[in-house]
Each structure stands twice: as C-alpha cells, then as structure tokens.
Ligand binder design. Structure first.
Ligand code: F6R
Length: 242
C-alpha cells in the first residue's frame, strides 16, 4: 500500500484530482472507476475547475461507477446517476455512451449485473478505480462477509450503511434497501486503485486497514493483496491513527 498523508480534506482532494488528471493526460482513452458519496465531492469540483481552466478532455474516457441504488428512478436526485451528472458529467466533455452506471431500475437485476460485468470485460480493465471507505470497512456496497471472489451483484444494505446514507434523504424509510455493486473481484481487477479516506468515523476502519488482518469480514483489507494501491488519508480528520 502506498500511503499518502494529506494535512486537510482540501489537500486530499487536490492530490486525488491531480491523480486523475495525470492519468487522463497520459492516457486520453483511460477507463476510470468512479465512486460517489461525500469523500470525492471536492475532487470532482476540482476536476470541473481543471476542465474549465486547462481543457483536460474526457471525450475518449470511459467511466464505470461502482454502484447504484435499486429502485430509484434515474431522475431521482439521490440516484448515483444524478450525483455523477450534477458533480461531474454535466460539466465536462464526456460522451454519454462512454458512461456506465448499473441500472437499478432494471426489471431483471441479475441480468443487469451480468451485463455490467460484460461491459467491464469489453471496455476494461479499469485503469484507475476511485474508492471511498465505509466506516465498517465496506468498499462499493460490499459489506462485511462479502466473498473476495464476488462479481457485480445485488446486495441488501446493512442498517449502518442505510443510516449513514440517510443524510441525503428526507428520512430513513426512503433510503433504498438494496443496491447493485461491483464485487470485490471486479474492483480488484482494476490496474490501479485510489482509496480516499476522510472523516472522523473512518478512523477505526483506517487503523484496521493498516494493522489488521486480511479478512472477508473487513472488505477493504483485500486491497493489501493488490499490487498498486494508493491511499490518500486526510490526517486532519482521522483520530489517533498510527
Ligand atoms: C460510493 C460507495 C461507498 C462510499 C463509502 C464512503 O459509491 O461505493 O462505498 O465510498 O460509503 O462514503 P462517504 O465518502 O460518503 O463517507
């Protein structure tokens, strides 16, 4: 694991956006794995600014999102489809045809997962996969206990994940109970992984990632088996991590 410490969330965001910009500059047709949630928000903002100022082009870039809720309409503001449009895609020159996000409205969710894996095989491998860290060690929506061999699949969200995400919804009842997520094996096929860690509630998970054992009970620990992982940690937010 290549651990990069950042003294603030802003520094983390700058470093993360630079990582992506460098990748796109060196490989204009790169395939990038996208994450949603709170942590990458400022990174996306900085990518927008870079696009405006420096014209970094995404017209040959392909993106694959990690996950999507099941049962939310595409135009629901809480769908990850809308998140990506609002925070990045509406502001850069990416081609709609090159954007892949699991379809959580599909009538046949198993078929949708298989299709997503097929697209990944066709267009992949992902050159760089962005990840956030769940406070229980989840990556994507792969909750503790998910087999390391898992491919894109439907998951039932844990109470802790639904509660953590309830901040974006009117109330807990509106948070979907299921999602489609890339599996652990899907994520591990990326050539490079960029894990962003920020937030007081991530301190324990971060500590366990650095010092704990590799176990399916703690999904992010699998990254220790990957040859090219970069972790950017916002030290201002992490408590008593050694
Ligand atoms: C998002 C995702 C999740 C988040 C994680 C951290 O696409 O797959 O694993 O990365 O829950 O979320 P934040 O950044 O909101 O703390």
């Amino acid at each position: 694991l290549n651990i990069i410490t950042a003294e603030s969330y802003e520094t983390l965001s700058k470093m993360a956006s630079q990582f992506i910009i460098d990748e796109v500059n060196s490989k204009p047709n790169a395939t990038i794995g996208m994450a949603t949630g709170g942590t990458p928000l400022q990174m996306y903002q900085l990518l927008q600014e870079d696009y405006k100022q420096n014209g970094t082009s995404y017209c040959n870039v392909t993106t694959f999102n990690l996950d999507e809720y099941v049962g939310l309409a595409k135009d629901n503001p809480n769908s990850y489809y809308q998140y990506m449009k609002k925070h990045l895609f509406n502001h850069i020159d990416i081609e709609q045809n090159n954007v892949f996000i699991p379809n959580g409205e599909s009538k046949d969710l198993v078929e949708e997962c298989n299709l997503y894996e097929r697209y990944l095989l066709e267009k992949g491998p992902i050159d760089i996969q962005i990840l956030g860290l769940g406070s229980n060690g989840h990556i994507g929506f792969n909750e503790p206990g998910t087999p390391f061999s898992s491919k894109t699949h439907v998951v039932e969200l844990t109470d802790s994940t639904r509660k953590a995400n309830a901040r974006y919804f009117d109330n807990l009842d509106q948070v979907p109970t299921h999602a489609i997520t890339m599996g652990i094996d899907t994520i591990m096929r990326a050539k490079k992984i960029l894990l962003l860690v920020s937030g007081k509630n991530k301190s324990n998970a971060y500590e366990q990632l650095l010092h704990g054992k590799i176990s399916e009970q703690f999904p992010v620990s699998v990254l220790r088996n990957h040859p090219s992982v970069h972790i950017i940690a916002d030290m201002s937010s992490l408590e008593s991590v050694t």
